[in-house]
Design a protein around this ligand. Structure first.
Ligand code: 4AD
Length: 464
């Protein structure tokens, strides 16, 4: 028998006074000898719906004993609710108990506030909480909005590989993929592991970014993007780092740094508007429980122009601002989170697009500026979290690219296919990477990216 979604019922999409069937899980139950009131949720929206059962039900005694997370199928009449704060309720005609909770006293998700740390230890059960349910719907809304933004703006979605041989960021933070026996690996004459014997006939890794691959499609289809999981064996135990995270990476041909920055700004504003339009129920929860003023902030962000600033100017601002930083500021440093947050939160009071970084702290593929010291890179820094986007105009001149590769110790021969893009009809092009979990954390106000991805992967942690 088909059943309705609670979100549709609460949104008034079903006829009042008609019979309806709902399926879901119990959030709470109150009962007296005559009536039981069950809050039932099915994950389709933040609010549960109230089910009113009277003692004429044949299984009324069992219904009164229901506990949190028991699963039910309820059939009854949809009526307008007289109760405060709810629009509709169901007058139950029958309640089928599908699954009971074995031992309610030891059920780990008892209805009380749990710490985020406790919930992480129960990652298989935490989707049942209000908080993770809300995060999940917002995450989905953002992902759908991202695809929609690109679709409406003429981008093609490209599936870039998860297994790769190239270290896009050159930071040596790749997880190896191998079928070799690592206890007794085949060795070369020099004593090193012989990866020619490995599955792919060479060393292979999980990708840190789909960028190099997606560039090949940008140089044929003009506007493309990839959106998938990426992996970094980076030993960063922070609230902003995951070993496995999702990245959105658009790439535009016939584009310079300013075009890339505009694309980032427009996409972010589009998704902020989408979440405000579609998930106000969840945002109200985050505003109340996690971060006061969140909704107002999102509204402002979706309208406010993002400030553009040169790295060199930012260094001057940080040096002269009078604030003591843990990491000293001088031209050439890789900005740390405290610097990024000062710029976004204190100096600008909104998102900043920081541009033209020193080449020595950036990847080999970024276009060298005429000063020979900086590259056409840009990061979007957001208040509260710091960097959420990193991007650049790519080096489209073969000779300059080769020089840069050699400078950073890469062998141009290994990247022959990447170099071919510069040999055959090279065009100015560029793109960026948006850390999807950082975006979800930013939009929900959640303090740690581990709580906005279903099963976080971090150093020393890969249960579930
Ligand atoms: O700045 P990154 O390293 O840039 C790239 O990977 C480029 N190839 C992207 C491109 O131009 N197509 O990473 C991009 C974004 C960062 O701004 C950050 O939001 C996120 O990815 N990120 C992480 N998110 C979670 N955990 C980590 N360990 C992350 N490392 C980067």
């Amino acid at each position: 028998m088909s059943h309705a979604a609670i979100s549709d019922v609460l949104a008034g999409k079903h006829q009042v006074d008609q019979q309806i069937t709902l399926k879901g899980w119990v959030r709470t139950v109150r009962s007296n000898p005559n009536f039981a009131f069950i809050n039932l949720h099915d994950g389709s929206c933040f609010d549960p719906i109230q089910i009113v059962a009277d003692n004429k039900l044949s299984n009324y005694a069992e219904v009164c004993k229901l506990t949190t997370s028991c699963s039910l199928s309820v059939t009854g009449k949809l009526v307008e609710s007289l109760g405060k704060g709810q629009s509709f309720e169901i007058q139950a005609e029958s309640i089928e108990i599908i699954g009971l909770v074995e031992d309610p006293d030891t059920y780990p998700m008892a209805p009380k506030r749990h710490s985020v740390e406790y919930l992480r230890e129960h990652a298989h059960l935490r989707p049942r909480t209000n908080m993770i349910g809300a995060v999940t719907r917002v995450r989905n809304c953002l992902a759908q909005a991202i695809h929609r933004y690109f679709h409406e703006n003429g981008f093609q979605w490209i599936a870039t590989p998860i297994i790769t041989a190239s270290d896009c960021e050159g930071a040596g933070e790749m997880f190896r993929v191998s079928t070799l026996d690592m206890v007794n690996p085949p060795l070369k004459e020099d004593g090193k592991v012989d990866f020619a014997e490995d599955f792919f006939g060479k060393e292979a890794f999980l990708t840190v970014s789909g960028q190099l691959n997606v560039e090949t499609y940008a140089c044929a289809l003009s506007k493309v993007y990839t959106f998938g999981p990426t992996f970094r064996a980076e030993n960063s135990n922070t609230s902003r780092h995951l070993a496995e995270f999702w990245m959105v990476e658009p790439e535009l041909a016939f584009a310079d740094l300013a075009d890339v920055a505009s694309c980032a700004e427009n996409m972010l504003k589009y998704v902020f508007k989408a979440v405000l339009a579609e998930r106000m129920d969840d945002l109200e929860f985050f505003d109340l429980r996690i971060q006061k003023g969140l909704i107002e902030r999102l509204k402002t962000l979706s309208e406010q122009e993002f400030v553009r600033m040169d790295y060199t100017d930012a260094i001057e601002i940080l040096k002269n601002c009078g604030q003591k930083f843990e990491f000293p500021v001088e031209w050439g440093i890789d900005l740390s989170s405290e610097h990024e947050r000062y710029l976004a939160e204190k100096h600008v009071g909104g998102p900043v697009i920081l541009q033209n970084y020193p080449k020595d702290i950036k990847a080999f593929y970024m276009r060298l500026n005429d000063d020979n010291k900086t590259v056409a890179a840009m990061d979007v820094l957001a208040p509260g979290i710091g960097e959420i986007i990193g991007g650049s105009q790519r080096e489209d001149r073969l000779d300059v690219l080769d020089e840069r590769m050699i400078e950073v110790g890469l062998s141009p021969n290994d990247y022959y296919w990447y170099r071919d893009l510069r040999r055959y009809g090279s065009v100015p092009h560029g793109g960026f990477g948006l850390g999807f979990e950082r975006l979800v954390a930013y939009v929900t106000g959640m303090q740690n990216v581990r709580d906005v991805i279903p099963f976080p992967r971090t150093p020393k942690s890969a249960t579930f």
